[in-house]
Design a protein. Structure first.
Length: 525
């Protein structure tokens, strides 16, 4: 039975995710994170974990290439709620669209004839639906000019990218329950790189808040939309690449296909309001792009006239399966609804009824509740600290001038020593380190001579280590050096003690040694 995993992905750097139909001198970015680059990041980690296994064979192929694990798109979130593509069936008077400032009345354009005063509403890409409105979800982007040096005559080209600091919620569908642990193991609190120019300061993301779900979380926004009568509406929740049984690509979903999947009589395909998109991908094996296919864009809507009752089990099975090709990359997602109604579009998500002032909420909480909240945000902060340890390690390692001047065995000895210090109380751990280094000095050991020879920034590595250990339980020093941002909810702020700072600093030293040892293995391959 299929299971679902939700996760939040935060852009730590700007992300370049180009649309497929880019021009030579312009590159527009998507407004979301597609499933395919997240899938690529997972496959990369999977291959490393399994010692460069050939994923074209056996169970690896079933999991990664045949859809055993599917990566659905990650869409923008507000208050931890995943947005949806704005349905492309809404129209409004032209003057109203031009004057749109806060709230715009929008009307369905599928099954009625609107006069020339109306045009399609294109103000929103993603929205949060409520009982009486859609709230727009805006994505912040940055734009830059670069020089294209690929041509003989350098040319300027413009590109946009998703601005760092924004978060998206993605979904992973697993076909076997035993895959869940593997997905959590590789992606939970992981740093991944998404999109283009990853070597030039783009694409770094953090995945966190992974949760297992029994029911497809895509349906959370539509729980009251399944009272079917004579009409059904198919809303595309992602781009769809639909091909008929004869191999013909089409930009509408045939009624015969719907009838067969739901085992009902579909009288006719009534109306549609769609947009198309040219879809392509890059084939690493052949080092070229695949041919462009005209697909159905997310948000497109189809209406069908039906006769008969819809079996809920068949409906859920149909929607869970998806439509068309490249479903492992997040394509082909949709939902079938009983109605889409006239409503309004709000520019600011603060117009939502459930938006509240966090400070007023916190003022009403009891002391016991505040203690519980404090424990929760302290746990979240600890996870944030763990997520940036690798960055700290990389920065420290690049500050060591010639790390190979100390033998691998000595790096291993220091890692073992830091592991033993990790479990000590801070004062005892610092004293044990001091005694250990004094012992090496008296012996004039090879280990001590080698670490004294290593240069670190403008000084020596052993001096930097002495200072690092000495300050290891200093809370203020920890806050000033660590990149993890403290969490504050109302008047409650995350807090740590000296023991916490000490253990995380010891973990950083352990990972520093481990990084060198692993790097040495990679260099020898």
């Amino acid at each position: 039975m299929s299971k679902y995993i939700t996760y939040t992905i935060e852009a730590l750097e700007n992300i370049k995710l180009a649309e497929s139909n880019v021009q030579i001198d312009s590159e527009e970015s998507m407004d979301y994170i597609p499933g395919s680059p997240v899938r690529g990041a997972f496959i990369y980690k999977y291959i490393i974990k399994n010692n460069n296994v050939d994923i074209n064979t056996g169970e690896h192929r079933d999991k990664l290439l045949k859809g055993g694990i599917k990566f659905l798109n990650a869409y923008p979130i507000v208050d931890d709620v995943r947005s949806i593509p704005f349905p492309k069936c809404y129209f409004a008077p032209k003057q109203g669209i031009r004057a749109f400032d806060d709230r715009l009345n929008i009307e369905m354009g599928l099954d009625r004839k609107l006069d020339d005063r109306y045009e399609k509403v294109r103000n929103a890409q993603f929205v949060l639906p409520s009982d009486d409105a859609y709230s727009m979800v805006k994505i912040k982007k940055i734009a830059n000019l670069h020089i294209n040096k690929k041509n003989e005559n350098n040319k300027l080209f413009r590109y946009t990218a998703i601005e760092k600091g924004q978060s998206f919620k993605g979904i992973i569908k697993v076909e076997k329950e035993e895959y869940i642990g593997e997905v959590f193991g590789l992606l939970s609190d992981a740093i991944v790189y998404i999109g283009g120019s990853k070597g030039s300061g783009y694409g770094k993301c953090r995945i966190y808040d992974m949760r297992e779900e029994d029911i497809n979380p895509e349906y959370d926004q539509f729980n009251d939309k399944y009272c079917f009568d004579k009409d059904i509406y198919l809303l595309a929740l992602s781009d769809i690449i639909y091909r008929t049984d004869l191999g013909e690509y089409k930009t509408y979903i045939e009624p015969e296909f719907i009838a067969k999947a739901l085992n009902i009589h579909v009288e006719k395909f009534a109306y549609s309001s769609i947009e198309t998109k040219r879809i392509t991908s890059f084939n690493n094996k052949w080092n070229c792009r695949t041919p462009q296919i005209v697909g159905i864009k997310a948000g497109s809507v189809f209406k069908y006239k039906i006769n008969g009752e819809i079996d809920e089990g068949l409906l859920i099975k149909f929607m869970d399966k998806g439509i068309g090709e490249r479903k492992a990359d997040g394509f082909g997602r949709f939902v079938i609804l009983d109605t889409l109604e006239d409503t309004c579009l709000c520019k600011d998500e603060t117009n939502r009824e459930n938006s509240r002032d966090i400070h007023s909420i916190m003022n009403k909480t009891s002391e016991g509740e505040k203690e519980q909240i404090s424990e929760i945000i302290n746990k979240i902060y600890e996870q944030r600290v763990d997520s940036v340890i690798n960055e700290t390690v990389l920065k420290m390692y690049t500050s060591i001038k010639i790390p190979k001047d100390m033998e691998r065995s000595q790096w291993g000895s220091y890692m073992a020593m830091f592991k033993s210090l990790y479990y000590e109380e801070p004062d005892k751990g610092k004293e044990k380190y001091k005694q250990y280094m004094e012992h090496l000095n008296k012996k004039r050991s090879k280990s001590y001579k080698q670490i004294r020879s290593l240069e670190y920034e403008d000084g020596k590595l052993f001096e930097a280590l002495d200072k690092f250990i000495s300050d290891s339980d200093d809370v203020n020093a920890f806050y000033s050096k660590n990149r993890a941002k403290r969490i504050e909810i109302g008047n409650i702020k995350s807090s740590i003690d000296g023991g916490f700072a000490y253990r995380k600093n010891m973990k950083t030293l352990i990972e520093l040694c481990r990084f060198h040892l692993r790097k040495g293995e990679d260099d020898n391959e």
